[in-house]
Structure formats: C-alpha cells, structure tokens
Write a protein that binds this ligand. Structure first.
Ligand SMILES: Cc1ncc(COP(=O)(O)O)c(C=O)c1O
Length: 421
C-alpha cells in the first residue's frame, strides 16, 4: 500500500527502488559467508593506534578549531599535504586546485549537481562504478557507454559514442572498479586527443592508482591533458612538471589508503571549477568534518601515509596472488578472469548462457558471495560476469572461498548440458 509520502517523492527518485541483487547481497553479511562482494579494505590494516594518538593530539592542541565550523575548501594543511602527494604522483597542482570532499562519493554527487541537467548524456565505461551510475541517475542522467578490455576503455570505439553528444566522459584509468583493468599509456594519449578534438571533458576517478603492486606507473589523464594544453608531450621518463591547467577533473580518496570510515576524498580541478564546486558543496554539508580532516592530517603527515601505503600494497598483492592461484586451481574451464596489477578487484566472465545473479543464489547457499556484473552495466544489459574483491578476506579465507565458488561454478555448468567443456 502506498504511504502518504508516496506521491510526494521527486521524479528523480523513481529509479531508486531496491533490487533483487541488493536483497541477495544483504544475505552476504552473515558471518558464515565468505564474501568477496564488498569493496572493503583489509580491516587489520587500519592504523587504529595512530588514529587514537592523533585524535588526542588534535583535541589537546587544536580542540576548539577541530570542533568549530570551518571553510568549505577544506583544512589547509591537509590540502597542502594532498598537493605535495599529488606532486609525487605526477600531478602539479596548487592548493587552489584542491577541494576536500566527504569521500569521493560526495565528489561524484557534487559533479552531478554541478554539471548534469535532466536528460544529459554521460559517457561511461562498460562496466563502470556503480556508485557513480547511481549518483548521476538521481540527476536524471542518461548513459551511453563504451566497453573495456584488458587495456581499459576501448578508445577505438569512442568516437562513435561521442557522436551522441555526451556532456562528459567518466573514466577510471587505474585498476578499474569493477573490471580491475588499467588504461594503457597509448590509449590514454588517444583518449586525451579525442576528448580535446570533440571538446568533451573527462572526470578521472582514481581511488586505486597508488595501490599498484607491479608494472610501471602510468601518468594520470589530468597530467597528459595538461601537457597537451601546454603544447608538449609527456614521456614516461619525464620528471613531474610544474603546471596544471585542465580539461580533466581528477578525484581520489583516503578510503583505500587510510580508512573509508573517515569519509575523506578530494577533487583536483582548475581553480574556477573548484570555486563552483565549493558553492555546490555548501548546499550539501557546508564542509567536510573539521575534526576528521585534522586527525587524518596528523596521521598522514611526516611520511606515515607513504610508508603505510607500501605495507597495504604488499598485503593486497599477496591476497591477489592467492586468489588468482586458487582460481586457476578451482575454476572450471570456460570461465575467464582479469589479472589486475593493483587495486582491490578482479572480474570474472562466465559462458554467455549463464546468469551470474542466479549463480549468486547458489553461491550464497554454499556460503560464498560476489557482486553480479549486471549492476555495473549502465543499462543492466549483460548477465554473465561478476566482480570479486580480494582485499578484505584473509589469504586462508580466500583459498576456502574460491574453492567453494569453483565448486558452485562446476555444479552450475554441469546442470547446463549445452555447456559441457
Ligand atoms: C571508483 C570509485 N569511486 C568512488 C568511490 C567512493 O569512495 P569513497 O569511499 O571515497 O567515497 C569508490 C569506492 O569504492 C570507487 O570504487
């Protein structure tokens, strides 16, 4: 029965209903289930003691500032730390190019509020990050999408999709969520070139770029774009450079390197864009928690974060290796998967005839879980894939969970005689 509120909900909420997948995923929180579903970092890596000490220090030394309202742009020392950190990563920005957000999820919402009119077309990768698709659906965005392969976005198919006139492109170049794949250097250059020719800006979402376990760092799109605007091409041997312009809005987060419970992310963009973001954010939450920003700064400063990220990379590399080895051992033939060089996820493709949501039901009955792939497709039009997270479970749980999943896949395949491999 409809409630008295029913007819008052805004049109933009109409696509927000609960889904069968979400209902199934609720079950994955049972303690007897080994879940590879969430995008959760390893909880044992959270630097709890460092946070305890930093919280006391902040309250003792800057208590009234930490508990007071603050500026929308964010805590200046934290923005300076981000500028310094981004510089080491290759992005030369100044504090005027940085806005602190309440997680990069807020940055995505903020971009939607700032840029999307009802009916605007947004170009995404296929599959893409569910949280962005949901956030922008609420602004009544329409999606056009371009598939990914092992080298990331299929840039060769981009121009056709651009003919639809999208407002911007949303790209996850490093260890993509959900695919785990990375956009190659050559494709990055082509993407920047095409974006420039068609005059379509890029939102670069990069929560995982620092979590590279192997292979060479590839310059972010925001850097390649700045180089192009400055009339010279970056080579992979170049020193970081000293300018920032930008047809790209870049965003990242402390969620995967410090702790997601902080809800701390940031946007790097041209100063005029940051000013508009600031005005937009004021209506959302005035500013991100002063206390949390100050504590995060106290924890991250003096090289702690850099050393901590090194440790996380080692732990996640081991977990990825354990998962890949267990998949090779237990997954039946006819099933394929990506081999990420970093990040938190890998992507599994089943024979076309299988529906991964139905497989999830069997998996849950066997006490193992994943996220079905269709949730990551802007038009939910692909059914035979799923995402696995390798950062959250311990190695021995990964081995056990993948063995269970291998058994589930074998059972499902055996029940489909047409798929006997
Ligand atoms: C690609 C991508 N963007 C944004 C987010 C949101 O992260 P945050 O915790 O900073 O809001 C996530 C979280 O998993 C993500 O994978």
């Amino acid at each position: 029965m409809s409630t008295p509120w029913h007819h008052r909900y805004a049109q933009r909420t109409h696509g927000m209903g609960s889904s069968m997948i979400r209902e199934l995923l609720k079950l994955t929180q049972r303690p007897d289930i080994i879940s590879f579903a969430g995008g959760l970092p390893a909880p044992e890596m959270f630097p709890v003691e460092a946070f305890e000490a930093a919280s006391s220090r902040v309250l003792r030394q800057h208590g009234s500032e930490a508990l007071q309202y603050s500026t929308t742009e964010g805590y200046l020392p934290l923005r300076e730390l981000i500028v310094e950190k981004m510089g080491r990563y290759g992005i030369e920005a100044s504090v005027d190019n940085v806005l602190i957000t309440s997680g990069s999820q807020q940055a995505l919402d903020l971009i939607g509020k700032l840029l999307i009119n009802p009916g605007d077309l947004i170009l995404t990768e296929r599959p893409s990050y569910l949280g962005a698709l949901q956030a922008w659906r609420a602004y009544q965005a329409e999606y056009t999408s371009v598939p990914i392969d092992d080298d990331g976005l299929r840039v060769d198919l981009l121009e056709e999709a651009l003919c639809g006139g999208p407002k911007f492109m949303y790209v996850l170049p490093n260890f993509q969520n959900p695919g785990g794949v990375t956009l190659s250097y050559e494709r990055r250059l082509k993407l920047i070139d095409i974006a420039d020719r068609y005059g379509v800006p890029i939102i670069e979402d990069d929560p995982y770029g620092e979590l590279r376990f192997e292979g060479e760092h590839i310059p972010p799109l925001v850097v390649l774009d700045a180089d192009k605007l400055n009339g010279r091409q970056y080579t992979q041997n170049d020193e970081p450079h000293s300018y920032f312009k930008g047809n790209v809005i870049y965003m990242s987060t402390f969620s995967k390197t410090l702790a997601p419970g902080l809800r701390l992310g940031w946007i790097v963009a041209p100063k005029s864009v940051i000013q508009h973001c600031v005005m937009t954010k004021q209506g959302m939450d005035l500013h991100t928690s002063s206390f949390v920003q100050m504590v995060a700064y106290e924890v991250a400063k003096d090289g702690f974060l850099t050393a901590h990220v090194r440790k996380i990379r080692e732990v996640y590399r081991e977990r990825r290796d354990v998962m890949l080895a267990a998949m090779s051992e237990h997954f039946p033939s006819g099933v394929s998967w990506t081999r990420p060089q970093g990040g938190l996820f890998l992507w599994v493709t089943l024979p076309e005839e299988l529906d991964s949501t139905a497989v999830l039901e069997t998996a849950i009955a066997n006490k193992v879980a994943f996220v079905p792939g269709e949730t990551f497709y802007p038009n939910s039009d692909s059914h035979n894939s799923f995402r696995l997270n390798f950062s959250n479970a311990r190695p021995e749980e990964i081995e056990e969970g993948i063995a269970r999943l291998g058994q589930v896949l074998q059972t499902v395949l055996d029940a489909e005689p047409a798929l006997a491999f």
